[in-house]
Design a protein around this ligand. Structure first.
Ligand code: FMN
Length: 434
């Protein structure tokens, strides 16, 4: 494998290793999740493993119903959290998640560029169109997916032009002549579009001369098109290798259609890892973690994603394509709904088995349950099949599992030549493009 083909690896700062029942373990440090020490510790461990970036997903609503069993998505603001982490790290990329559906672009251009200054060029923006939260922003309903992506495209275009509106070259800082900047290089953007009217320029210069990487999450046709037009990488849900291979091939073709190079877009699936010393222990860890996940909630989730109500079904009955109603018009995420439908069409699983699949209990991420060696072999197989360019690690089950990922799995991948041994550059873009 050439240097150019090395994997790009990110680490989730959403403490997925405390999901399910894992937060109840004595060493979980669950009390720390609204402070910074908890995340600085993970970021430092991730930097010691030479990962490309740490990544914070985000949502802008509270699902109070799930708080009975765990923290759910109640969380610190991601960009503020990453600013605190920036002070405690020096090389690792810092990927914040910001929705284009709810905020004004000027504020976001400034916040992400601020993070870029605070971290010396290590900021990245994970662009989401969001799944929920409209009622917190005066919107009676979520805009349709097409409207959300139209707005996202305009939003991201405005942000990029604002970042260019006060270029770093404009700074002169010449004490002798008294000339601080060259205003002729600073220009308004005079943007007038369907969603935004923004004059500019931004009131903060660009930090250095490299771009801020853009990542996108969402893989419907509209989401793919948007990602292929603008993003350096897509955060994907691909529970099986075929789904990942198809997504990567399609995105690379779409990127070329947008006048970019196929290599300009990278596919980074979420990778849920339940690792332990033996396969049996890993399977136990997975089962223990999900033991309490409520059946009724899983059934509701399947109904919301597919329109199929399995409340009265026996565990042994197979769920087949013939049972699936016409796709519901409105789903929260077309990506997740399509993945679940594909699974049912392809495997016709028994209900009991379906209820344990990542498409139902997780975020439809690629799932590995086993030893570190098993994980290395599977990651190598996906890389060699051209299914992905790296992954975002979402360890599960326990603090021990999270540490196995950072302290054993990633070094093993580096040892095998699949991942870097050390950082070559200093910015987030350097890591993604090396
Ligand atoms: C892997 C993945 C991760 C996502 N992470 C977030 C997130 O952190 N916050 C958020 O508001 N939406 C998130 N989304 C939702 C997407 O931004 C998007 O709104 C949703 O998937 C609908 O777009 P689609 O029809 O293209 O899938 C995520 C989606 C995917 C597939």
């Amino acid at each position: 494998m050439t240097k150019r083909n090395k994997l790009h690896i990110g680490m989730s700062l959403a403490p997925t290793w405390l999901n399910g029942d894992a937060w109840r373990r004595p060493d979980s440090d669950i009390e720390g999740i609204f402070g910074t020490d908890f995340y600085v510790d993970i970021a430092k461990r991730s930097e010691a493993a030479k990962l490309d970036f740490v990544f914070r997903p985000d949502s802008l609503f509270l699902n109070a119903a799930v708080l009975e069993d765990g923290p759910g998505f109640s969380a610190l603001d991601p960009t503020i959290l990453l600013a605190a982490i920036a002070r405690e790290t020096s090389r690792i990329g810092l990927l914040s998640t910001v929705s284009t559906t709810f905020y004004p672009p000027y504020v976001i251009a400034r916040q992400i560029q601020s993070l870029n200054w605070i971290s010396n060029g290590r900021a990245g923006w994970n662009i989401v169109t969001a799944l929920d939260g409209n009622e917190n922003f005066g919107l009676p309903a979520m805009p349709s997916p097409q409207e959300r992506y139209d707005r996202a495209a305009e939003f991201a275009g405005v942000v990029r032009r604002l970042w260019d509106s006060y270029p770093n070259e404009a700074l002169r800082v010449d004490r002798a002549s008294g000339r601080y900047a060259d205003p002729s290089l600073i220009r308004p953007i005079d943007h007038e579009g369907p969603h935004f009217s923004v004059k500019g320029p931004l009131n903060l210069p660009a930090c250095g001369r490299t771009r801020i990487p853009l990542i996108q999450a969402g893989a419907s046709p509209a989401g793919r098109n948007f990602a292929a037009s603008i993003a350096d990488a897509i955060f994907a849900s691909t529970p099986d290798r075929d789904a990942a291979t198809e997504l990567r091939k399609d995105l690379r073709e779409r990127a070329v259609g947008h006048g970019r190079k196929a290599d300009d877009i990278r596919v980074l699936p979420g990778l849920s890892l339940y690792l332990a010393g033996s396969r049996e222990e890993a399977r136990d860890l997975f089962a223990e973690t999900h033991a309490r996940v409520d059946r009724a909630r899983k059934i509701t989730s399947i109904r919301d994603m597919t329109g199929l109500d399995l409340t009265e079904w026996e565990d042994d009955r197979a769920v087949t394509g013939a049972d699936l109603p016409e796709p519901p018009q409105k789903v929260r995420s077309r990506t997740h709904s399509d993945l679940l439908r594909r699974l049912i069409l392809r495997e016709e699983p028994r209900l009991a088995d379906l209820l344990m699949r990542p498409e139902v209990i997780g975020s439809a991420h690629w799932q590995l349950i086993g030893t570190v060696d098993d994980a290395v072999a599977e990651i190598r197989a996906w890389a060699e099949a051209g299914a992905m360019d790296g992954f975002i690690a979402v360890p599960g089950g326990s603090v021990d599992c999270m540490r196995l990922v950072l302290e054993q799995l990633v070094p093993a991948l580096a040892e095998e030549g699949l991942f870097r041994q050390d950082y070559a550059g200093t910015t987030f873009l350097d890591h993604l493009t090396e």
